[in-house]
Design a protein around this ligand. Structure first.
Ligand code: HEM
Length: 177
């Protein structure tokens, strides 16, 4: 069967939705949540962060299933076997670390008992400092790795689009193939 020229529309929609959500969550965590004192005013933004993180995890899993079952275009090539290998590795790593980001967030929530405080309005105070929980360190380090992978991924897309001029982005719904 002939391979399609672009990814399945559902996969394209999930790609851009997840890109927006993940970048938004990284900025929210790094620029805002991390610096807020753990007082009652933090419950709303934290609840939003936690709920969006769980949504990201669900959408990532849906994305993996759609990617497996729907036909895909030919693997892209950068014209160099080593770069192609790095490209493939980066894609798997992006899936893995986006999922680990959400799992480590859930880890903080479990270790700190955040469910009833944030979503159950138990009235109990937030723990004074999340860094007493090992998962909080994981969440911070995984964020750095995820940002590095996103930059690598973005750089590779730009390399294809503007140096190789192979219109790779059209496979993800941007421009004509
Ligand atoms: C892919 C999804 C997620 C992303 C991209 C994300 C991103 C971030 C980032 C960048 C930080 C700051 C890390 C640092 O600089 O050390 C953070 C903090 C945090 N995140 Fe997430 N997160 C995600 C999912 C979750 C989930 C699912 C939960 C809980 C259910 C969660 C709970 C928290 C908590 C409790 C903090 C600590 C805030 C603080 O230090 O006051 N996150 N997140």
């Amino acid at each position: 069967m002939e391979k399609p020229k672009r990814y399945h529309p559902l996969l394209i929609a999930l790609h851009w939705l997840l890109a927006l959500l993940i970048i938004f969550m990284l900025l929210m965590g790094l620029l805002s949540l991390k610096w807020m004192p753990n007082n009652p005013a933090k419950l709303l933004p934290l609840g939003f962060h936690m709920a969006t993180g769980i949504l990201i995890l669900i959408l990532m899993l849906v994305r993996i299933v759609v990617r497996i079952v729907k036909p895909k275009p030919e693997p892209a090539t950068a014209g160099n076997r080593f770069l192609d290998f790095i490209g493939k590795l980066t894609h798997y790593a992006l899936y893995l670390f986006a999922i680990l980001m959400a799992i480590s967030g859930i880890g903080i929530s479990v270790q700190a008992g955040l469910g009833p405080i944030v979503f159950g309005a138990s009235g109990a105070p937030l723990p004074e400092d999340f860094f007493v929980y090992p998962a909080r360190y994981g969440h911070g380090y995984i964020a750095i790795i995820l940002i590095a992978l996103i930059l690598l991924h973005f750089g590779a897309a730009m390399y294809h689009q503007f140096f190789r001029k192979d219109r790779l982005l059209s496979r993800m719904g941007i421009g004509k193939g």
